[in-house]
Write a new protein. Structure first.
Length: 270
């Protein structure tokens, strides 16, 4: 699944051709993805100018001059294609701009979604109202994590994946951040020291920033809007590296937590 860096990379790619431009044609090629397209999407977006673009957690945001925001989620396999040679059967939403660009939302598995929300009500939109702070924003602090983890016996790795605690963190980058901070992913969150959390917060930011700069990590169908692949996967220190050596001299191991694979080094993650 595309995670925060992949969504951020996507939004930046779209902004390069969409920001400030007006949509002259909007076409929906099927009635739904994970849920139905908004019934008024075509009418609301045709003729609208995309003022700015943004991201909240793993959602992309297209803010229009009509005080509405188109919110998209890439699901498992979704991606935007910019100026594709032809429109394919999995290009379910197509936007054409006044400057002549064509953007196609491609989603073979149809686990993504598109919503239309009044811009002034975005923070109160149900999917956003429950989210924790952005990991790249000022709200992610040692104090915030300490409060969220207090007396919790669930593993720290599982709580970091809880979008109510931190918005946008996914499996790959939680594994990588915990390894960099030398924290055992199975350790009860309430037992993680403040010293360890002081290491963790900057490592969460570091791994996300590095992944964004590398264009994300290529997993299955993910590619940037320009068609290029993300290259952060070559810098994974533990994710997907079961049985390989860790930099500390230990060996990367794999276990399952909450139905997801966790990669870690028992030697340096305590």
């Amino acid at each position: 699944m595309p995670e925060l860096p992949e969504v951020e990379t996507t939004v930046r790619g779209l902004a390069a051709v969409l920001a400030g431009d007006r949509l002259v044609r909007v076409a929906v090629h099927r009635p739904d993805l994970r849920r139905p397209f908004p019934v008024d999407l075509v009418q609301a977006m045709t003729g609208a100018r995309i003022d700015t673009l943004g991201r909240r957690a793993k959602y992309g945001l297209l803010h229009t001059d009509r005080a509405q925001t188109m919110v998209f989620h890439l699901g498992m396999s979704g991606r935007w294609r910019i100026d594709p040679g032809e429109i394919g059967k999995h290009d379910h939403l197509v936007l054409e701009t006044a400057r002549g660009h064509v953007l196609a939302l491609n989603d073979a598995r149809r686990f993504g979604s598109v919503d239309l929300v009044d811009s002034a009500l975005l923070d109160a939109w149900p999917s956003f109202a429950v989210l924790g702070p952005e990991p790249l924003g000022p709200g992610l602090t040692v104090a915030h994590l300490a409060r969220a983890f207090e007396s919790r016996i669930a593993a720290i790795k599982l709580l970091l994946l809880d979008q109510r605690i931190v918005a946008g963190l996914g499996n790959i980058y939680v594994c990588e951040a915990l390894h960099r901070a030398h924290i055992d992913p199975a350790k009860p969150a309430g037992a993680v020291s403040r010293t360890a959390l002081t290491r963790l917060v900057p490592e969460i930011r570091n791994v996300l920033i590095e992944a964004i700069e590398a264009g994300g990590s290529t997993l299955r169908d993910y590619a940037r809007p320009d068609g290029e692949l993300g290259y952060f996967a070559k810098d994974w220190r533990v994710y997907g590296r079961e049985g390989e050596p860790c930099a500390c001299g230990g060996t990367v191991q794999r276990m399952v937590q909450g139905g997801r694979s966790t990669f870690f080094c028992r030697r340096c993650q305590k």
